[in-house]
Each structure stands twice: as C-alpha cells, then as structure tokens.
Design a protein around this ligand. Structure first.
Ligand SMILES: Cc1ncc(COP(=O)(O)O)c(C=O)c1O
Length: 441
C-alpha cells in the first residue's frame, strides 16, 4: 500500500543530487590515454584487436602508491594483492616480484599464486574444501590460512599438518555478509580450539567492500579493538598480525552514467525522460594517503594500546585499476548513433557500462571533445555496451578505440560467451609482447 512515508521517501530521493563528474577528471584520463596513442596504434598493427593491453608501469605505479601510503603510517606493513580483482598471471607475478603478497580465495587462485612464484600468500574465503586446504598445508612455508569457520578449523585439524592460521571476523549483520567469518563473541572459543594442536593461531582478518571513505573501516577497527581488549592476556599475545582486508576505492571516485544515480533512476521512471549521454555522475572518494592515515589513527587508538602487531591489507581494485586497457576496432557503423566494435563485453563478463561510466577514446581521430554515440560490442545480445559516448573527432569503421583503466573486476570475470576471450599483450615499459595466459582455471 502506498502511504505518506512513501511520499516522503520519494520527495527525499528526488531532492538528492549525485554530483556531476568533474570534467577535469575525465580530461586527465583522456589525455593519459592520448599520450600512449602511438603505442596503442603500433600494438594493434602488430597483434590485431581486440586485445587486453597490460600496462605494467601503470600497475607498478599504483602498487607503489598504495604501499607507500601504508608503510608511511604503519611501522610493519605487508600488502597482499587480492587476486580476485585481476587474476592475470602477469599481474600476479609482477606484484609478487615487487614485495606484494597475494590474497587468494580458492584452490585455483592459490595454484596460480604458487605458479607465479608468490612468496607470501593469505588464503581467505568461505567453505574451503579439503582439497583446497591440503594444497595450502602442503605449501605452509608461504601460506597463512585465514579460517572462515569452526568447521574449517576442524577440517584443518583432521589433516594434522603444521600451518599458520588466522581467523576472519564477521563485519556486518547484513544477511548476505554473514556468510563470512565467525562472530566476535566466538573468537575466544576459536583460539581455545587451536591450543596444543598442529595449527598455530597468529592473526585476525576482516574485510569490507566499496569504501569510498574510511568511516566504515575505522568503525570496524574500533569494534575489533573492543574485542581484543576483552581477550585473555595469553590470547592477546598470540595475535601477530591484523589483516584489514581490501575495499579501498580508487582516488578518482566512483564514475557512473547519469541513469545510475538513484534520483535519476526515479526521474526516468516517473517522467520517462532519457538521460543525457554526456551527463556523467560520480561519488567522490578519499585519496589513499588520507585513508591510510585514518586507519593508522584508529589502530593507534583502538588496537595498539592492547597488542603490538603487524598490519596486512588486501587491496584489489586500487592496485589493479590501471593495469589493463581494452583495445577495440570499430567494425561497423549501423546508424549515425551506433558503432559496433570487434571486442565485446564477454571481455569483462558483466554489463558494466550499462551502469558505470568510463571514457571510450578514439585513438584514430583524437580529440578531447565527447560526442554521444552508442558504442556497442559485437555479441548477439543487446546487453553489450562499451559506452553511450566517445571522445574523438568522429568515428569510422577501422578506428582504434581504447577503454582505459579496466584492470579491476573485468579480466577476472571474462567469459567464453559467443566469442572467445581475446589475447593479452604486455607492455613492460619498453616493448609490447604477446602473453600466454591460458594457465589459469
Ligand atoms: C576477502 C577480500 N579481500 C580483499 C578484497 C579486495 O577488495 P577490493 O578490490 O575492493 O580492494 C575482496 C573483494 O571482494 C575480498 O573479498
């Protein structure tokens, strides 16, 4: 039944104003893409398209920025890259060779990390199977298992081999998030169960997603501090690390189509006005240095008075963001407002650009001006969108388009749907070469 409260809620939502994405941010991204135009052109000339273009210097720049932000504020800090955000073996081996540990969440990811010569691995994730736990235990010298439940601990005890473990603590009462970890009130019982057994309990982990600012993360540290404060002294001494998980948003904020902003969705439904394809919105996010400072201040206040320990984090999105650019060629122009590319959104496995905004940059006809155009992939489904606009002087069959900064949660969700998964090439800062990445999954 529609009530007065509904009226109020609608009024409130319609008053909401999701900010416009500042044009400086878009232009910065377009210019950065233009600066590599010759490289992209040569690459397509040599390897064809579509392609995943792995940009190793860009990956390392973000990895270093993350590490620097956290090592500046925590005296003993280790980053573990969350493989689920980008499981390209070249990305994993590059990070593993540059002082990153790897955070894996399945036996398949663990095997990839081992193949990529990762020296430090944390294995998180719910309902690990016996086979997955055995693989971890067989590589105990470089793996810490972050247990997700008492059942998992019992499975590990039944294997009977020595391994370092931590435990994940549940962060939220949200029904779907309750599937992760054990409750704070169960921690003491969990640690007790590890006493005089083959496993060595040595740390705690929690994870929260999609943090545009550190508020939620800070609150979780405060809550964890309370739990630690109330533990028996001998348990406190056992905690050698706290793993703060991932969820650090990229500093540029969350970019979205106008249609995705909540108030615009409602507007569209009520008035049936199509959104302007050049109207992009965003939710600002905190820069990583400020974010790290806020976490360090919270740890100083709530954790370190009770225990001295190492700090781990599991960044995915932040580090992987600029590691991959999508290279596409325009195959067809169907109407003045429809361009179809050779590559399709099976390259990313989900309908990302029906919600998110990212510039589609025409490298063959470069311009900083954006024009409306439906830029679509070539799958036999309408849910195959790269964008509703492009940056360029025009768009023609044969043009090279680049969708930059698509490293996070795209490649790792790729699928053989209608079309094959395209090849990848890697740019190491000097040359571009083809990579064989069939070794995963
Ligand atoms: C346990 C865990 N750690 C780290 C991450 C990485 O999160 P993000 O890519 O947002 O940094 C995830 C993502 O879901 C996760 O589940």
């Amino acid at each position: 039944m529609y009530t007065y409260e509904h009226d109020e809620a609608v009024r409130k939502l319609l008053k909401k104003r999701t900010p416009a994405l500042p044009s400086e941010l878009i232009i910065k991204c377009v210019r950065k893409t233009h600066s590599k135009a010759d490289l992209f052109m040569e690459t397509r000339g040599k390897f064809g398209s579509p392609l995943y273009f792995l940009d190793i210097p860009a990956l390392l720049e973000r990895a270093e920025r993350f590490s620097n932000a956290f090592t500046a504020v925590f005296s003993d800090f280790t980053p573990y890259f969350a493989m689920k955000s980008c499981n390209h073996p070249q990305v994993i081996s590059t990070l593993a060779g540059n002082n990153f540990g790897i955070d894996v969440s399945s036996g398949a990811e663990l095997q990839t990390a081992l193949n990529c010569d990762a020296k430090k691995i944390v294995f998180s994730g719910p309902a690990k199977t016996m086979a997955e736990l055995e693989l971890a235990v067989n590589h105990a010298e470089r793996t810490i298992i972050l247990c997700d439940s008492f059942t998992e601990l019992k499975k590990l005890l039944s294997i009977g081999k020595r391994i370092n473990i931590g435990v994940r603590l549940t962060t939220e009462n949200n029904p779907l998030w309750r599937k992760f970890g054990i409750g704070h009130h169960e921690l003491e019982e969990f640690i007790n169960m590890t006493e005089n057994t083959c496993v060595r309990f040595c740390g705690l982990q929690f994870h929260s997603s999609w943090n545009l600012n550190p508020e939620n993360h800070v609150e979780l540290i405060r809550k964890l501090g309370e739990t630690i404060k109330n533990l028996p002294e001998q348990h406190k001494k056992q905690i050698e690390f706290i793993d703060l998980g991932g969820g650090y948003w990229v500093g540029e904020g969350e970019w979205m189509l106008a249609d995705t902003a909540e108030e615009m969705k409602l507007n569209k439904q009520l008035l049936n006005h199509p959104c302007d394809p050049l109207d992009h919105r965003y939710l600002p996010s905190t820069d990583i240095e400020t974010y790290a400072c806020a976490l360090a201040a919270a740890a100083e206040k709530h954790i370190f008075p009770h225990i001295k320990c190492r700090i781990f984090a599991e960044p995915g999105r932040f580090v992987a963001h600029s590691a991959i650019h999508m290279l596409l060629t325009v195959e067809d122009i169907k109407q003045p407002d429809i361009a179809i590319t050779d590559g399709a959104t099976n390259m990313l496995g989900w309908e990302r650009y029906e919600m998110d905004y990212f510039p589609v940059v025409n490298i063959s006809q470069m311009s900083e001006t954006e024009h409306p155009m439906m830029v679509l992939g070539s799958l036999c489904t309408p849910h195959d969108v790269w964008g509703f606009a492009y940056h360029g002087n025009g768009i023609s069959v044969g043009d090279l388009l680049v969708v930059p900064d698509q490293g996070a949660y795209t490649y790792s969700l790729r699928q053989n749907f209608i079309k094959n998964i395209p090849e990848s090439v890697v740019f190491d800062g000097k040359t571009v070469s083809r990579v064989n990445c069939t070794s995963f999954l």
